[in-house]
Design a protein around this ligand. Structure first.
Ligand code: AMP
Ligand code: MG
Length: 491
């Protein structure tokens, strides 16, 4: 067991510098990281502050000044050390031993008001020993995209990291996938942990079972504390990780989210979703939808995500064998499908209006919905948003009235599967008491936000920023993405 010590901090009026920092990872010793310095940027313009996260840090948004964000998370004054974390990983199936934080570092670890330990990790804070040929920077558009992804996913009930701040930093960057020169930013990501599957893969590569065990003990201590002291804590940990990852991928699938780069260095050991690069939300239900233009073989396409996560968990067994019995891990992994199906079914039935999916026609209703979403290629998010918008108690009276005031019904006209789905939905509603119908409307509204973060929406927000430095559409979009999600909590 590791004893966390309080790390260095400057006593200052800046509330971010006076948080309850713990050097949990640092106290494991220097085998896991390198100390690095932050880039000194020519400019610091605060473009995003996530006030929704401040109460969790014990801070009052009214009291925290923009300057506090800039000093701490743009100028990086008042804190050290910054730790570039070492890791390896399978990237598109190939093992890469040249990885590690190449444009970010662990800024600090904070015990939040919920009692949990959170990482503040940077993205775009300059070069490190792992930058390889890269400049260590994050484009402003990349920062904007990650802020938006995290807020949208949070609203959709996905267990995700969030962005605490984004500061524009005044550099001109050159990128193959953006019109260049392009603007720069530095972001602070608040996540459960930046320990990745690849952090363990590196220790296996280096043949250091001692370091694997030490890190695993740390992971259990901090992120699976209920397993502390259990005789079988190692297999129990792996079994729980399988469950968390299976549920996470089910959450992505229900949300219509394609992460795009499911390399093992982008998989968190806490089962939390993070690192949003070329991601996309699916325009329509298409298992082959592929978000990254460089994913030539559709390895990480939308429909492959469950099997890729399963594979990544299987590959993680290799380094964990140093501590955990292989047979036990196989038993743990064998439950992946069951966990995945249960979470996916539960979430999709909520999207269809049913908090409680214990009714006889539930599976048939879901199967029909997926079949016509696939068949018709109508908007995935649009369909659910329209269901929520047009839902009426009249749907009980006649199947022909189900969704008949929706704009998308003409697109579905003539679809036998859709007609069957309407018939079934009508029948199910009649099995509920009239006074339960309000609950269905509320469930539809809760799980189907109006605004979807489709690519054209992001591009339009970005155009306003790029062409006129107009941040209003971005701020408006964040508000819309967050709307109505107050009681959706991460598990
Ligand atoms: P990612 O695709 O963002 O998960 O990054 C994969 C690896 O490349 C990580 O080690 C990153 O830190 C590194 N990396 C990505 N972009 C840059 C960059 N602009 N400069 C330096 N390293 C980078
Ligand atoms: Mg990454």
């Amino acid at each position: 067991m590791t004893q966390a010590k309080i790390s260095n901090y400057t006593n200052s009026n800046n509330p971010f510098l006076n948080l309850n920092y713990e050097s949990a990872l640092e106290s494991l010793g220097s085998d896991y990281f390198d100390e690095v310095a932050a880039e000194e940027f020519p400019q610091h313009i605060l473009r995003w502050r996530n006030d929704a996260l401040l109460p969790r840090l014990g801070l009052d948004p009214q009291v925290v000044k923009n300057e506090d964000f800039i000093t701490a998370f743009g100028k990086f004054e008042g804190r050290k050390p910054f730790l570039a974390l070492r890791y390896h990983g399978y990237q598109f199936g190939e093992y890469n031993s040249q990885l590690g934080d190449g444009r970010g570092f662990l800024y600090g670890q904070v015990r939040a008001t919920d009692g949990e330990l959170y990482d503040f990790g940077t993205k775009g804070s300059g070069r490190t020993p792992y930058s390889r040929g890269g400049d260590g920077m994050l484009t402003l558009k990349g920062g904007v995209r990650e802020v938006l992804a995290a807020e949208a996913l949070q609203r959709l009930g996905v267990r995700t990291s969030r962005c605490l701040s984004m500061v524009e930093t005044g550099l001109s960057l050159w990128r193959g996938d953006e019109p260049s020169p392009t603007r720069s930013s530095v972001m602070i990501r608040m996540s459960r942990s930046h320990i990745r599957f690849g952090t363990f893969e590196r220790l296996h590569y280096l043949q250091r079972p001692d370091l694997t065990k030490k890190l695993l003990d740390h992971v259990i201590e901090q992120y699976y504390p209920h397993l502390r002291g259990e005789k079988d804590r190692y297999p129990l940990f792996y079994g729980e990780l399988v469950k968390r990852v299976a549920e996470l991928v089910a959450q992505w699938m229900a949300a219509g989210f394609c992460h795009a780069v499911l390399n093992t260095d982008n998989m968190s050991i806490t089962g939390e979703s993070f690192d949003y690069g070329p991601y996309a939300f699916i325009p329509s239900y298409d298992p082959y939808f592929t978000a990254a233009y460089f994913d030539y073989y559709r390895r990480y396409c939308y429909g492959q995500q469950p099997s890729i996560c399963h594979l990544n968990l299987q590959m993680l067994q290799e380094p964990l064998k140093a501590v955990i019995d292989s047979t036990d891990m196989e038993v743990g992994l064998s439950r992946f499908g069951e966990y995945y199906q249960a979470e996916y079914r539960d979430l999709m039935l909520k999207k269809l209006g049913f908090e409680d999916s214990g009714f006889a026609e539930a599976d048939e209703l879901l199967e029909l919905a997926i079949a016509f979403l696939h068949d018709s290629q109508i908007g995935y998010h649009q369909f659910f948003a329209e269901m929520a918008r047009t839902f009426s108690i009249k749907w009980r009276d006649d199947p022909a009235l189900v969704m008949n005031t929706s704009d998308i019904v003409p697109a579905l006209g003539g679809s036998a599967i859709f007609d069957n789905w309407c018939l079934l939905y009508h029948k199910i509603l009649n099995n509920f008491d009239p006074d339960q119908i309000g609950q269905i409307a509320a469930t539809l509204a809760k799980y189907n936000p109006e605004t979807a973060l489709l690519r054209p929406v992001i591009e339009s927000v970005w155009e306003s920023i790029a062409q006129a430095d107009n941040w209003q559409p971005f701020n408006d979009l964040v508000q819309k993405l967050q709307a109505g999600g107050d009681d959706i909590s991460q598990k």
